[in-house]
Ligand binder design. Structure first.
Ligand code: URA
Length: 208
């Protein structure tokens, strides 16, 4: 059996610099996901961002590009942000888990949900992002992000769109993950998309 790395977290040269933290995260081996992913996908956006979005984990496109929310789910997010008047370039976007977890299906790589151990292993990076950006509002996109920020009892279906507090951030609003809109049946997709926009409008109002 392979021996486990005694300190799987790489050394951070300057923990007060987002760039330095992102650089260190490239070599993270705190769970096994790094071994099948192309690269670490760290959060991106200005350090002055007032809103920080947390998704689940990079998808296939994000894994290859090395940037969060640049694939189909990112397009849904971008369109909804534009609709409520939030400029994507002014928000920070990240994920609860920073490596793509997947299983093969023929030539395709299919998303697999990260487990509690993987989410916990990645928590340090999310905490550093939150400490450095200090957003006024954190938006959890989907159950994985919501539970990473608000605990396992949190239910997005019941509590979406409400402002709650977390030890990690004073104001958190949870909503669905944009890929759930892509997966929704044709007849309910538009209603799901409108409900997502409604939740983001709450965030837009909070930041004035
Ligand atoms: N889904 C996520 O949760 N994050 C991404 O970056 C892309 C898809």
């Amino acid at each position: 059996m392979a021996e486990r790395d005694p300190d799987p977290y790489p050394k951070i040269e300057n923990a007060r610099s987002l760039r330095s933290v992102a650089e260190a995260a490239k070599a993270c081996h705190a769970c096994d996901l790094w071994s099948r992913a192309t690269q670490t996908v760290f959060g991106e956006g200005p350090r002055t961002a007032r809103v920080l979005f947390v998704g689940e984990q990079p998808g296939d496109k994000e894994d290859l590009a090395g940037h969060p929310f640049v694939g189909p789910a990112g397009r849904v997010l971008d369109e909804a942000l534009a609709e409520v008047g939030i400029d994507r370039k002014r928000v920070f976007v990240t994920n609860a888990v920073k490596h793509f977890k997947w299983r093969a299906s023929g030539k395709r790589r299919l998303h697999e949900q990260p487990n509690g151990t993987e989410i916990a292993a990645c928590r340090m990076w999310l905490e550093l992002e939150l400490q450095l950006v200090k957003p006024d509002i954190v938006v959890a996109l989907g159950a994985t992000a919501a539970q990473a920020l608000l605990g396992p009892a949190f239910r997005v279906t019941r509590q979406r769109g409400t402002v709650v507090s977390s030890p990690l951030a004073p104001r958190v609003v949870a909503t669905v993950h944009p890929s759930s809109i892509l997966r929704a049946p044709d007849q309910s997709r538009d209603a799901e998309r409108r409900a997502f926009v409604r939740d983001l409008r709450i965030v837009a109002k909070l930041i004035g």
